[in-house]
Design a protein around this ligand. Structure first.
Ligand code: PRX
Length: 630
């Protein structure tokens, strides 16, 4: 059994051991899993390359650990409890035994379609059980899954398919989200029309009675999977073989494929799940994330299943059919641990207390938050109105690249202070640096958040571009993993993550590169140049503010709407700018670099202290932009 910390003293001792003897510590954790062959060495690492190997030489299959090893002890326990978009529709429950059978059938179907170990399979699916099943089916046969959030555009999907040279896309025909019925397969068809030469088949799960366009590469899930055997031997994987690629935004235009591998990711996600959520046998755990993001990978699918938990998966949205939906589900399934994003908390807080107050939330033992800083007001509401001041809140800080939770309070064990992610998980060694790379020591200080020692679930590379991985994360500061976040350490050593220090925005908990959005805006035929920044937004955390220079041939609402439509086409609706200001120029340094610092301040309506603008190439533009700001 994975070790579960039970007291503050235990945390302190466990943490100390994990720092004094990381290899011994993680080897002990790894011993609790099923390995086909044990490791030759626990850790080999060199951050300069970077070259990171955990459990080198070990052989395993993560699905044997998620599924097969639980059959003897909890075969009839519900593994995945699926709640449909429409509350009147039927809940689906998969016991561990049923889930294993479903995964094996799907795995056999994939094999029959020629998918082999190492092949990349891209997903573009709503939150239906088949998404989790097919992700695990890939892992079963050693195929590398890459789930693309089903809100991205056809262009974004095609870019990811091509970057991964994927052999197959798995999608649904339609996506039911709230009152919307979104034609998912149509987006896949559009992506294919843009050119995805590596795709051999599209496996389509039926989620609607409507007809869809069909091509000779398309295969129905129900035709392909139904007749397959419920047994499928697990492919034996090396600990460092690829498990998945997940694309995420960086400060340059192109999303990068963050690569996670089998062994270390398994050990770390299970350990962090058991400890951060203090999951106990019989608990019902619900993470509201989408499997299109890392939170869904690590804490809907892998972490909970590795730990033998019952994990709720929800197809819908928090406000459909009404703003009580989350709380209704909590009551209906007697949810004990609830994990969501600050943006959802703020949106529901704005709807008033009458919604949560309609439901019995007494089974809740823990509330979690992830994805962005949680402001004090939202934290307090979550604590009082949802947790009734008896459910500890864990504000979990981590990233797509870290694979699992890095800094978090442990519920009932370490105290929680609003807006603080608090203390590191065992094995995690965070440090703060100044801009020159010097350690910022002591408490009550701020700095750039780095991690100075490897942990098992860290990214290994960015797919197809190892140099980009090196440059982005490992070369900014010597011998450090650089997170891209700024943080503060309080008088008692707790860490509060303030936000990104690079050109990455966090919109409703979704990571978005400013360059990515600018590239999309610049596709509009009348746009000459643009600059995008994030600004404080009451519900979304950050909103997107775009400054655009046009050729002057078009203006007004039409132009604004067209620009928004172009961004939706290029990336997806999540990247649509909230505010678009047409400007005649952008503040630039003499070397031609846009001074985003100034634009950020203007967008935040904080123009009292813009600093010295006289060194700009065009200082007069600043006043003009302030006058026209939205
Ligand atoms: O800026 C931090 C913010 O989200 C970024 C990571 O985004 P992503 O890779 O999409 O993963 C989100 C889910 C793990 C971080 O660099 N972030 C995440 N959690 C927190 C946070 N900021 C403050 N507090 C958090 N708890």
């Amino acid at each position: 059994m994975t070790y579960q910390i039970s007291s503050l003293e235990d945390y302190k001792q466990t943490y100390q051991r994990s720092i004094d003897d990381p290899e011994g510590f993680w080897a002990d954790q790894a011993e609790t899993f099923t390995w086909r062959k044990k490791w030759d060495s626990v850790l080999e690492w060199d951050f300069r390359e970077p070259n990171i190997k955990w459990f080198s030489g070990a052989k395993l299959n993560i699905t044997e650990n998620c599924l097969d090893r639980h059959i003897a002890t909890r075969g009839d326990q519900v593994a995945i409890l699926w709640e449909p978009n429409n509350p009147a529709d039927e809940v689906q429950k998969f016991t561990y035994r049923e889930l294993l059978a479903a995964v094996c059938k799907c795995a056999n179907a994939l094999k029959a379609l020629g998918i082999e170990k190492g092949d990349r399979v891209v997903f573009y699916m709503p939150m239906v059980p088949e998404l989790a099943i097919a992700v695990l089916a890939c892992a079963r046969i050693g195929a590398v899954h890459s789930v693309v959030f089903a809100g991205f555009s056809a262009q974004a999907l095609a870019d990811r398919v091509n970057d991964a040279s994927a052999k197959m896309i798995i999608c649904s025909d339609f996506n039911n989200r709230g009152s919307k019925h979104i034609p998912v397969k149509k987006v896949v068809d559009e992506a294919m029309a843009k050119g995805c030469p590596s795709i051999e088949n599209i496996l389509v799960h039926k989620n609607s009675n409507e007809d869809i366009e069909w091509s000779d590469k398309d295969v129905w899930w129900h035709d392909q999977v139904a007749g397959q055997s419920e047994e499928c031997p697990a492919e034996i994987m090396d600990a460092e073989d690829l498990l998945f690629i997940l694309y995420t935004s960086g400060s340059t235009g192109k999303p990068k494929g963050v690569v996670h591998t089998c062994g270390g990711y398994m050990v770390y996600t299970c350990f962090t799940f058991k400890n951060a959520f203090q999951y106990k046998d019989g608990d019902i755990y619900w993470c509201t994330a989408d499997i299109g993001w890392i939170t869904g990978h690590s804490y809907i699918v892998y972490g909970p299943l590795l730990a033998g938990a019952t994990s709720v998966m929800f197809e819908g949205v928090p406000t459909y059919p009404d703003a009580g939906r989350f709380w209704e589900i909590c009551e209906k399934h007697q949810v004990n641990q609830f994990y969501t994003a600050p943006t959802a908390i703020r949106a529901l807080m704005a709807r008033g207390d009458e919604w949560p107050n309609k439901y019995d939330l007494s089974p809740l033992k823990l509330l979690g938050s992830v994805g962005e800083p949680i402001n004090e007001e939202a934290w307090n509401w979550y604590n009082k109105t949802i947790g009734k001041e008896k459910s500890p809140i864990i504000d979990t800080w981590w990233q797509t690249e870290t694979g699992g939770i890095m800094i978090t309070p442990l519920p009932g064990i370490t105290d929680a202070k609003p807006t603080y992610a608090s203390y590191p998980m065992p094995g995690v060694q965070p440090v703060l640096l100044d801009a020159d790379g010097n350690l910022v020591e002591g408490n009550n200080v701020e700095g750039l958040l780095c991690i100075k020692f490897p942990w098992p679930a860290m990214l290994r590379t960015t797919y197809g571009d190892h140099e980009r991985c090196r440059q982005t994360y490992f070369s900014v500061f010597k011998d450090m993993y650089f997170t891209g976040d700024g943080a503060r350490r309080d008088e008692e050593g707790r860490i509060r993550v303030i936000g990104r220090v690079d050109d990455v925005m966090n919109v409703s908990g979704h990571r978005m590169g400013t360059a990515e959005v600018e590239n999309a805006i610049n596709e509009h035929e009348n746009v000459i140049e643009s600059a995008v920044v994030g600004y404080p937004h009451e519900i979304k955390g950050q909103g997107i503010y775009a400054y655009v220079i046009t050729d002057g041939s078009k203006g007004g609402e039409d132009l604004i709407n067209e620009i928004r439509a172009v961004v939706t086409r290029e990336i997806g609706p999540i990247a649509k700018p909230d505010k678009i200001q047409v400007v005649s120029g952008l503040p630039k340094t003499r070397s031609g670099k846009i001074m985003r610092r100034i634009l950020r301040k203007i967008a935040a309506k904080d123009t009292s202290n813009l600093g010295d603008v006289s060194t700009l190439l065009n200082p007069e533009i600043v006043e003009e932009i302030i006058k026209g700001s939205l």
